[in-house]
Every structure is written in structure tokens, then in C-alpha cells.
Design a protein around this ligand. Structure first.
Ligand code: SAM
Length: 239
């Protein structure tokens, strides 16, 4: 129960329940992450404490926004080893969480995690973001699209905003370079139907790091032309 108090404090501050069952799910996830990281490349963070702070707490802090706390469905684009999607799913069993990644090895790992943790609220999808967003079942279907450490704001907006329903939100977990990235993505947001509504700096408890949460509201439908085809989005980011 080494990290229980720290995690509970974070959750208390967010007004969310944390208990032993959730803690055990997080610890099983940590152990699977370390075990599978030796076979497939999942994360550069391998120390227990850093997994708890830089992966788990960092992900949970997305709940600093009411938009997130009240959502019914989210998609985590470029989820990798499951961040922030799996921690968000553990914290709220009533939230439908879709995890999408273009690397099948990581999706296979996530299927193992979902089954080991008994998560009934998670769906995994192996797809590039650009292709998934053309699928009628996924396009403009989510209250929230979220993403961490996948691309700059301009590229990420084109990956994520097409998945968000009207009135929903795209919430990006970002590091310190957020101001410059936002400057360069202003037009892209408008083109894709998004409007920047907030940037919030959050502490990552247990570290001296601060991260930024960028919240974009979907105010217009995304034109059919977006996202452009795989490859183009990253090679020629919207200006
Ligand atoms: C640096 S990892 C970050 C993973 C996780 N979000 C995190 O914060 O730990 C980037 C992930 O994005 C995925 N990715 C990159 N481009 C993608 C795309 N176009 N569509 C879907 N996934 C993509 C990669 O496969 C990788 O798993």
C-alpha cells in the first residue's frame, strides 16, 4: 500500500473516490507494464514511483476539468501503453473509454491489461487516428477526445477533433511548450471546428513537474475533408 496515501490525496483533491480495489487495479497494471516492457517497447519509465506519479497521477489529473468528470464517453488517441485512458477508466467505471493506437503490439498489451483488471468499460481499437476518424461509428461520437505525448497541437487537433461530438471537448495533456504550440495551432483549431476555452497548469504530485491541460470545445462540425489522409497530417500540419 506504499502509494495509496499519495494517490488517495490526489483523488480527494479532485473530489473523486479512491479505494483499495482501485489501488489494486493500478498496482496490477504497474506490474504488467514492467513485465511486458521487457518484451515490447511500452515506456521509458520503469521505476515504481515514477510509474505512479508520471503515468498514473499525470493521467488522473485530467479530471481537473468538470468537462471530463461529467463525460460519458471518451477516446484516447495514440494511447500507447494506456495513458491517460486506462487510469481514467479505473477511476470511473461508468465512463466508456475507447483506446486507439496504430501499433498492434500495444493494443494486444492493452487487451491483456483490460482483461487482468476486469475493466468492463474499455474498448480497444487498432487504427491510425486519421483512418478511425473516417469511420461512421467513431466520427463525432465522443464527449471527449484526449491525448498525451503524440504530436504537436496542430497535428493533434486534426487527429482528435473529428472524433468529438458537437458541444463535446478535445482535451490535450501537454508539457511546458504549450504556449508556442497553441500559437501555431490557432487556425487549425478553427478549421476543424474547435474553439480554445481553457489552459490549466496542474501539479503532478510526488514530482516537481507541472503539466498543462488544454481544453478545446467543438463548436462546429469538422469538414469532411479532415482528417487528411495518413501521412499528410504530420508532413504538412495545418497552419
Ligand atoms: C509517445 S507514445 C505516447 C503514448 C501515451 N499516450 C503516453 O502518453 O504514454 C505515442 C503513441 O502514439 C501512437 N501514434 C502515433 N501516431 C499515431 C496515429 N497517427 N494514429 C494512432 N496512433 C498513433 C504511437 O503508436 C504511440 O503508441
Amino acid at each position: 500500500m506504499k502509494y495509496f496515501d499519495l494517490m488517495k490525496q490526489v483523488c480527494d483533491d479532485l473530489g473523486m473516490e479512491f479505494n483499495e480495489d482501485k489501488y489494486n487495479q493500478f498496482m496490477t497494471y504497474k506490474d504488467l507494464l514492467k513485465e511486458w516492457n521487457e518484451k515490447i517497447n511500452l515506456t521509458a519509465i520503469t521505476e515504481d514511483e515514477e510509474i505512479v506519479t508520471k503515468h498514473f497521477i499525470d493521467s488522473i489529473k485530467a479530471y481537473s476539468f468538470d468537462e471530463f468528470k461529467n463525460a460519458k464517453s471518451i477516446i484516447d488517441v495514440g494511447t500507447g501503453a494506456g495513458f491517460p485512458g486506462i487510469p481514467l477508466a479505473i477511476m470511473r467505471s461508468d465512463l466508456n473509454v475507447t483506446l486507439l493506437d496504430s501499433l498492434n503490439k500495444r493494443i494486444n498489451f492493452l487487451d491483456i491489461v483490460v482483461s487482468a483488471l476486469g475493466l468492463k468499460n474499455v474498448t480497444t481499437i487498432h487504427s491510425r487516428a486519421e483512418d478511425g476518424a473516417k469511420n461512421k461509428e467513431l466520427r463525432e461520437k465522443f464527449d471527449i477526445a484526449t491525448s498525451r505525448a503524440v504530436a504537436n497541437m496542430s497535428v493533434l487537433s486534426e487527429f482528435c477533433i473529428p472524433y468529438v461530438k458537437m458541444g463535446g471537448h478535445f482535451i490535450a495533456l501537454k508539457g511546458p511548450s504549450v504556449t508556442e504550440e497553441l500559437q501555431n495551432s490557432k487556425n487549425a483549431l478553427g478549421t476543424l471546428g474547435g474553439k480554445l476555452i481553457a489552459v490549466k497548469e496542474v501539479d503532478i504530485e510526488g514530482t516537481d513537474l507541472k503539466h498543462n491541460l488544454v481544453v478545446v470545445e467543438k463548436v462546429k462540425e469538422t469538414p469532411k475533408a479532415y482528417p487528411r489522409k495518413a501521412g499528410t497530417v504530420t508532413k504538412k500540419p495545418l497552419q
